[in-house]
Design a protein around this ligand. Sequence first.
Ligand code: TXA
Ligand code: MG
Length: 327
Amino acid sequence: MTALDLSPTPPDLDRAAELLRGGELVAFPTETVYGLGGSALDDHACARIFEAKGRPRFNPLIVHLAEDDDGREHAVFDDRAERLAARFWPGPLTLVLPRAASCRISLLASAGLDTLALRRPAHPVALRLLATLGQPLAAPSANRSGRVSPTTAAHVREELGSRIAAIIDGGACAVGLESTILDLSGALPLLLRPGGIPLEALEAVIGPIGVAAKPAGNAPRAPGMLESHYAPALPLRLDAVRALPGESLLAFGPNPPEGFAFLRQLSERGDLSEAAANLFAALRALDRPEFSGIAVMPIPEYGLGAAINDRLRRAAAPRIQTNTDKE
Ligand code: TXA
Ligand code: MG
């Protein structure tokens, strides 16, 4: 099977919705990264998502909503959830909420948990697809398990082109990093994964947020918390100031150090949102066998820098994971 190339036109979106209703998988653009979509109401489609990614079943999927209101049927929104949804949806914020009694989402999508991860993406093509389909879409990032998330349709084709029915090309993703995941199922809100909305912006709306402790063993609250993740094939060296032989450089800011075999600039002017948008494509471009490794310049830790550094630390972490540990 070779994935159909679809454009974001009404007839192609109708075609995509038809495939999705038939239980097929369709990759689609969101403002964060490309998602691997399957009907969230369909157990078989959800099972296919895990299969296509090579993802262990206990790693739950994010459910993408057509309308904010649809969320109330499936999950329990408390006052904090209402305020955050009103402020940040559509947008790169995923809320983990208790499943509602009326929930029709496949149990496989939430891996049997009694919570559900929900978001409404801020991408016109994703929103039109959801509206055309009239159902929520379960969609993890459209990469094979443990690999760098795709920010263009070409990346998706490299990763999954032979495993899914279609890819909708909506150009490059503007945010470039996955959504922030906030767990509101307990009394204290917990940050499960830093992402497109900075922690500071969430705290401005609901007050202090705890940061989830590192999981014990291989039962993560969110696999984004696993040590080794978003992994290129080459080793990564963080906070690099000087070149080692054969290394390529992931640069940030003006005047990067010299002596590297190859360079990709995240943001010449030191802009963190520009850097986030370029991050995954740059990692892919530097991850080539002719280099000995990827050196990374220091990146500030505030705002989107926290999420960028989180992904880079995981990409640099030792690869001693078993298969079942990976997303
Ligand atoms: O920006 C994004 O979030 C992208 C786009 C496609 O929306 N999606 C994405 O999905 O990054 P994925 O599957 O690669 O990451 C979803 C994360 C996983 O770390 C998963 O464990 C966590 O969400 N998650 C999903 N449901 C959960 C739940 N009920 N409780 C805790 N974590 C959950
Ligand atoms: Mg992912």
